[in-house]
Design a protein around this ligand. Sequence first.
Ligand code: ADP
Ligand code: ZN
Ligand code: MG
Length: 629
Amino acid sequence: MLNYNKYQIMNNNNTTENSSRSPNVNWRSLLGTFALLLLLNSFVFPFLFKPKIIPTTYSNFINKVDSALVKKVNIDGNKIFFTTPEGTVDRNGNQQDAIYQVGKMDDANLVDRLLEADSPNENGKIEFSETIPRENSPVLNFLLYWVLPGAIFFFLWRSAMKSMRGRMDGNYMSFGKNKEKIYAEDEIKTTFADVAGQEEAKESLGEIIDFLHNPEKYGKIGAALPKGVLLVGPPGTGKTLIARAVAGEAKVPFFALSGSEFVQMFVGMGAAKVRDLFSQANKKAPCIIFIDEIDAIGKRRDGMTTNDEREQTLNQLLTEMDGFDGRKGVVILAATNRPESLDKALLRPGRFDRRVQMELPDLEGRKAILQVHLKKVKHEEIDLDLIARATSGASGAELANIVNEAALRAVRNNSSSITTNDLEESIETVIAGAQRKGKVISDEEKRIIAYHEIGHAMVAAKQTHSAPVHKITIIPRTSGALGYTMQIDEGERNLYSREDLENRIATLTGGRAAEEVIFNKITTGASNDIEQATKLARAMVTRYGMSDEFDMVALETVNNPYLSSDTSLSCSAETASRVDEVVLSIVKNAHDKAKKIIRANEAKMHELSEYLIQKETITGEEFMNILEN
Ligand code: ADP
Ligand code: ZN
Ligand code: MG
């Protein structure tokens, strides 16, 4: 369904960190349990375990005493309980006394009345008594009335403080206190050896390291080094890594903060943090301050939207950068993948005036990065060249991820070291998702998928200038791909000719073309191909000037080169509709060409597809063998 190249490597370095707050729930659940017990105690247990007590009036009580109906009387504090024989009958058929409760009244004659009254008791006398109130010991009273409430209040107060502090992200309660993570010099073990490729960046930063080692050398001549260095490049190219490596090489303290850490809940807090950071750095000089993802605070002030907190923070940063003495040996590194969004004031000389570009690694760079990461795992002899060629367009972070995936795969397979095969499989996992062996696919669908993939491969093989087919598979993937054809270029490609791109589009349409020619019907399986083909054709017209009609006019601009390939049109609506026509004709031509190729090779299509259905995955070699015999 898809073949991939530069255009397709997915971004896989979403390493969001979950900063979890310390939970303060223990006492809360305790309190909950306590409340529940209280509830049970006062409402549920009495009904379960105590006999039913009937409240009644004092006059009724006197009435019953006088009518000789009362058996027992018990005066308990300011309550009087009494029993009469006319109660309920229990489960065993025994007569139960009814128990009544009545409030005590100031009745001086009560005792006389009880003594005189008749009763159903055998001796004809009411049995009466008073419960002696139980006195708590003074110690218990003290605990109960003084210590316990105090403890409860203390716990409540402490938890309130804790949760408030949690909400304020740890800064409100400790206003002005140092919260920056300070790395002592020997804590940073990262060196330039950990950063593969990126030779230009290393060279440029080498000077900074030299300066931090002996600032006097520079001071003697009166040379001041740039105060700030901006590391710019796509995500995952090692910006954060190289910043740490600079500190590791220079053996100086390293203050690392992310731009978003400065943007606080309250206006002014971020600025305070900046001030704090610089005053600490000044004390520790020579040292490095590293502000990662600086675009969070350094975004251009556009006058349209205002964010007071961010602007104040930025202003403070600008002021601090102007204010400190560059010769003292404080170097500020910052990283961003959106340099175009940064405020101009940040970039002017005297601030971040040096820019170090981090690029996606080329073939040699990828080999080097793979080597760095393979060193950390056990592996057999690896065909580095093949893996590096297969990962064209991947960033350092993606390569690190691929090696790790391969290691996980090796563990899963109970093998003790990684093989080239593991790496290949993990490239596919990173690109197309894991295999979905359980997915049920009918034989009919399987046939269509097989012809579709062979269609791609056939069109690729029958054209010049297309990357050789490396692998074809019809094992479904978790990404939703039902199969795919993998092409790997022989070397590193930097330039693509018009013909190359047209061939690529033809290859992309090859799957659908096969469906049409063989089954005379079309399916939804080509959606991804269609998307890619259209994107490519559009770029040819609007950005690469590869149409006769528009010559070398830029019709689209790329908004954010490092993060997405979002573009915005920069032409009139009329032109835009003509662009659409040209794009259509490019795709159409390619599609026709693909159909022609498939028709011309129909016999081979059948042979190859049958073979693929049988084996589910075939290599480029197997494919070429059948095709050429
Ligand atoms: P960025 O900050 O540019 O988004 P990172 O520096 O966080 O990228 O890189 C993430 C990970 O990718 C690193 O920890 C490292 O494992 C790997 N990596 C990236 N570039 C390289 C490189 N040039 N050499 C070795 N490893 C790299
Ligand atoms: Zn396809
Ligand atoms: Mg980073």
